[in-house]
Design a protein around this ligand. Structure first.
Ligand code: DCM
Ligand code: DCM
Ligand code: DCM
Ligand code: ZN
Ligand code: ZN
Length: 281
């Protein structure tokens, strides 16, 4: 997601934190945030680029691949052993979520390490819910699929990261992300109230022993990609060899999914932080 998406996921999570968790995040973030997890939710993107971090961006390039994973083909299946470089250190969004939940829960880690772990975790649980952060191998998560949205040049990844969300906030919420947050919180409490306990469960997955079920979330991304993300308004598959022309129909039908994923990401991030704080005691 772009900065709006990450801030929304973090703000949704913030409303679900227990009192103990609120204190915990305040103690594991810089003082100037007052424990507001959305304030540094885009920090992992911010450090990567010369325009936002000219002095130091080269030192953070190792973390670039932790934002996503590529699946092998059009099978809509995520294979964690193969797709997440399991043998060479699990350098993908799935492995990084497992890694940073463990570090945050580990009181042996020093405060600098745990602060960094919290900032990464808030961001990566968001990215794990952007379907194209588990895109097909060979199209750079949709960055290589170019085309037009309402006549304006963009690519499929940016469309899902930022363009659709910004359009929604501009058109329906007076360009105010805070009003959109209120709307999403209301959706969470009404439309999706029945789903929350499912979403915070690892269900049948063998991940229940972990603090976060990232493998399951990424499997959901893979399925969404085949069903909806990589399909145009006539239900035809999209790929790098052809420019797309998308507008109102794609926007209407996919925005519902964007919103569901933002809410899911927020609900799960809140639950994971609460679980970590319980574990630490
Ligand atoms: N970004 C940036 N500077 C760049 C390229 C991208 O600040 N030169 C930001 C824009 C998006 C975010 O990174 O908000 C997308 O990051 P990702 O797709 O890794 O989540
Ligand atoms: N920063 C950020 N995201 C923003 C705006 C600013 O991550 N949207 C930067 C400001 C500081 C840095 O993050 O330079 C704070 O991180 P640290 O305490 O690790 O230096
Ligand atoms: N990205 C992705 N999958 C890839 C490559 C990149 O999801 N295989 C994401 C990470 C960034 C965005 O796309 O958020 C832009 O990447 P870059 O800055 O490498 O162009
Ligand atoms: Zn992205
Ligand atoms: Zn990211």
């Amino acid at each position: 997601w772009g900065s709006d998406g990450h801030a929304l996921v973090a703000s949704i999570a913030q409303t679900l934190l227990t009192d103990e968790s609120s204190t915990f995040v305040r103690n594991h973030l810089p003082w100037y945030t007052s424990g507001n997890i959305s304030m540094l939710s885009s920090w992992p993107d911010f450090i990567l680029y010369p325009d936002t971090n000219p002095v130091d961006y080269l030192n953070w390039q190792w973390s670039k691949q932790l934002h996503f994973v590529d699946t092998k083909d059009w099978a809509c299946v995520y294979d964690r052993e193969e797709d997440c470089n399991w043998s060479s250190g699990q350098q993908c969004v799935d492995g990084s979520i497992q890694n940073y939940t463990k570090r945050l829960a580990d009181s042996q880690q020093d405060n600098v390490q745990r602060q960094e772990a919290l900032k990464f975790l808030v961001h990566f649980i968001g990215d794990a819910h952007q379907p194209l952060h588990a895109g097909f191998h060979g199209d750079r998560g949709g960055n290589s699929i170019r085309g037009h949205f309402f006549g304006k040049q963009t690519n499929l990844h940016s469309l899902w990261d930022t363009v659709m969300i910004e359009r929604r906030i501009t058109q329906d919420f007076h360009s105010q992300p805070a009003l959109y947050l209120e709307y999403l919180l209301n959706q969470m409490k009404t439309q999706y109230a029945q789903n929350i306990s499912d979403w915070t469960n690892c269900s049948s997955s063998d991940e229940s022993r972990y603090l976060a079920c990232a493998t399951l979330w990424i499997a959901e991304d893979a399925k969404l990609n085949c069903d909806l993300v990589y399909r145009d308004e006539n239900n035809q598959p999209m790929n790098v060899s052809k420019e797309f022309e998308l507008g109102q129909t794609y926007y209407n039908t996919r925005m519902v999914i964007v919103e569901q994923r933002l809410i899911q990401g927020g609900v799960r991030l809140g639950a994971v932080i609460n679980k970590i704080v319980q574990t630490v005691g």
